[in-house]
Ligand binder design. Structure first.
Ligand code: 4NP
Length: 149
């Protein structure tokens, strides 16, 4: 799960996905990262942590890190939150196989629409709640599909 800072959207995506793979009994590894490294080592944004907690997901122990080319080897799928993340991650892909691993998270529930999970950083609480709902819906779909595999 990849966003810009790895302190708002992708931590909540990691937290929700972690919870769902446990609930569904799926054997999978989940992690998150940011395309930028400014917040590396930091906890998630308090506003995101608070909203996530109210919705039942604990993201408080996560620490931000920067996305690296090694992630293409570690993971089968790389979900990005917006178009800008998409182009930043694709620039680091070295071949067709790595390129194919990358998709916009909301394409899981709105195929082919290339919709962004809007960056909530400079907005109010509704923005964080909107992020939670969108990401939760996409992660639910991913979990259901993984369970069938
Ligand atoms: P995120 O949100 O990409 O969802 O973690 C942001 C976090 C930090 C900044 C921008 C977006 N920033 O500009 O520092």
């Amino acid at each position: 799960m990849v966003c810009l800072g790895n302190i708002c959207r992708s931590p909540v995506a990691e937290g929700i996905m972690r919870r769902k793979i446990k609930e569904y009994g799926i054997d999978a590894e989940v992690d998150s990262a940011g395309t930028g490294g400014w917040h590396a080592g930091e906890s998630p944004d308090d506003r995101m942590t608070g909203v996530a907690r109210r919705f039942g997901t604990d993201i408080s122990t996560q620490r931000a890190r920067k996305f690296s080319v090694a992630d293409f080897h570690r993971f089968d799928r790389i979900y990005v939150m917006d178009r800008s993340n998409y182009s930043d991650v694709l620039h680091l892909a070295q071949n067709e196989e790595e390129t194919c691993k990358v998709d916009m998270l909301l394409n899981v529930i709105y195929p082919g629409k290339n919709m962004d999970v809007p960056d909530p950083y400079y907005g109010g609480r509704e923005g964080f709640e909107n992020v939670y709902r969108l990401v939760d819906a996409a992660c639910e779909k991913i979990a259901q599909e993984l369970q069938k595999m």
